[in-house]
Design a protein around this ligand. Structure first.
Ligand SMILES: NC(=O)c1ccc[n+]([C@@H]2O[C@H](COP(=O)([O-])OP(=O)(O)OC[C@H]3O[C@@H](n4cnc5c(N)ncnc54)[C@H](O)[C@@H]3O)[C@@H](O)[C@H]2O)c1
Length: 486
């Protein structure tokens, strides 16, 4: 299957818009197709809205944002993309017809995935050409912030297509969860619907309001669920003997039973109670306001989980590691070639551009981003020298002792910039670097930084000598750049 550089979207509503924002942010071009021309303005607005939140998901060096184009012509879209994600309304016959049409145009090595919430992949792929490249890739709203995507194959789906889809979803920062066997509703919507049925019963029976039932989740189980699922949490609930004791203690309740399987009838009274209840909870706030609030806390929760390497935080951590690795790899190739060719003086460590969210009220790159860019150059240099995630996991790292930044000129939004770096001093525990930040359009230096770093044993919490191979590479760089910075 193909490496994905251009993503095709079939249907650009709530879910299509979310896919577009996520893919563009991670450097993938998007060709969005919707039968309604007015959806072009809608998807561009959705991408702009999502950018505010996405830009704060990670500080890792991102590739240049992808390019978004829009068309109402399904065939034009299907002809030029490497992967198609279908997001049209949840109607079996409509999806079957449109997927079959797309499959007649898109070459057989283009994966076609459906965002369907519950339809079976075997039914959806029935009339397709090359149905082995079809699967379900079920995301969650907002697609640009939630990493989960359920990957489900049908009877005709090939393992190669499932692997390729999982690789692509991982590449754009998601957690592909392979569903072993197709079942209506996949996994997550089955679980969500079970809970929702109980909510409808409890509201219908007048036991609780929608607000009280939401409190029953957000103040308790909801907090646990972000990091550990129901099963691991119940294992803890059983005390020292874990799940076995838990099942002995609470197993009998399953016979009472506490819950009902069938959903209640959706009568007008029940519908009114649900609508009035949620309106009271919204308390005058618009859907947009509530979406912004939701995005803010989803970002914050993922940042916290990252520290614990748990759930969605592990996915974010892995994405950042790949982004730093990719940026470092580019620099390392150039650096090795320059040293091989006997280059002297500063070496190019980082190529990036001024992202729009880095701009201050004067229209220039804001102060704190200079340190970020110099930090990314330092990260690339350390990776080249062998100090990667594994090195840090082994309890070795460098800590910043001192940073002196001089601002010389300005950079505006979207300007390409690059950093060159020189090792000024190196001993067995310390390294002093001099960075210059250049504007690519005229090569002007817009800022410089001199930084001192200390190599530490993070477990013993004191300074420690660099590992010998790392020191040898840094020494090679010091010798090559021995001239003082101008
Ligand atoms: N909304 C959610 O929370 C959610 C979550 C996960 C998955 N899904 C699934 O994603 C899919 C889309 O859901 P949505 O909420 O984005 O729906 P939506 O109604 O917001 O968007 C559907 C889009 O498809 C377009 N469309 C309709 N027929 C078309 C055609 N023949 N060709 C091209 N475009 C066409 C519509 O114009 C519309 O813009 C559904 O299968 C749904 O089950 C939804």
């Amino acid at each position: 299957m193909r490496q994905v550089k251009v993503l095709g979207l079939l249907g650009t509503g709530v879910i299509g818009g979310g896919w577009a924002a996520r893919a563009l942010h991670l450097g993938i071009d998007v060709v969005a197709m919707d039968s309604k021309p007015e959806m072009e303005a809608w998807i561009r607005g959705a991408v702009d809205n999502a950018r505010a939140a996405l830009s704060r998901l990670t500080l890792a060096p991102l590739p240049p944002e992808g390019r978004l184009t829009f068309t109402t012509d399904l065939e034009a879209m299907a002809r030029q993309v490497d992967f198609i994600q279908e997001n049209i309304p949840e109607q079996l016959e409509l999806k079957q017809r449109i997927l079959a049409q797309a499959s007649r145009i898109a070459p057989a090595d283009v994966v076609i995935a459906s965002s369907t919430s519950g339809l079976l992949p075997s039914d959806l792929q029935r009339d397709m050409q090359a149905p082995e490249r079809f699967l379900v890739g079920h995301p969650f709203n907002p697609v640009y912030l939630l990493p989960l995507v359920e990957v489900v194959g049908g009877r005709a789906t090939s393992v190669a297509a499932l692997d390729a889809a999982a690789r692509f979803y991982t590449e754009i920062g998601m957690h592909p969860l392979r569903v072993r066997r197709e079942v209506p509703g996949h996994l997550t919507d089955r679980l969500q619907e079970a809970l929702w049925r109980e909510i409808l019963h409890l509201v219908n029976d007048g036991v609780a309001t929608t607000g009280e039932l939401d409190d029953a989740i957000t103040y308790g189980p909801g907090l646990r669920w972000a990091g550990m699922g129901t099963n691991l949490i119940y294992h803890l609930a059983g005390g020292e003997t874990g799940m076995r004791h838990m099942l002995r203690q609470f197993g009998p309740c399953l016979k009472w039973p506490w819950t009902k399987l069938e959903a209640p009838e959706l009568t007008e009274t029940l519908i009114d109670r649900m609508v009035e209840g949620t309106q009271a909870q919204a308390d005058g706030r618009s859907i947009r306001e509530l979406e912004r609030l939701r995005d803010e806390y989803l970002l914050a929760v993922q940042q916290v989980l990252k520290q614990f390497d748990l759930g969605a935080g592990s996915t974010l951590r892995a994405l950042e590691e790949r982004l730093y690795e990719r940026s470092g790899r580019g620099a390392a190739v150039g650096l090795d070639a320059a040293l091989e060719a006997g280059a002297r003086g500063p070496v190019r460590m980082l190529d990036t551009y001024v992202r729009p969210e880095w701009i201050d009220y004067n229209g220039h790159m804001t102060d704190s981003r200079y340190l970020q860019v110099f930090g990314d150059a330092m990260d690339a240099l350390l990776r080249w020298a062998g100090m990667d995630d594994a090195y840090r996991q082994a309890g070795r790292a460098v800590y910043t002792v001192e940073s002196l930044v001089r601002h010389v000129a300005e950079a505006k939004a979207l300007e390409p910039i690059y950093v060159t770096t020189q090792v000024l001093e190196l001993d067995d525990k310390r390294i002093r670097l001099h960075h210059s930040l250049h504007r690519r359009r005229d090569e002007a230096v817009i800022a410089t930084a001199t930084q001192l770093y200390l190599h530490v044993d993070t477990r013993a919490k004191h300074a420690a000598p660099f590992e010998q191979p790392v020191h040898a590479k840094l020494e090679r760089l010091r010798t090559a750049g021995a001239a003082r910075p101008s």
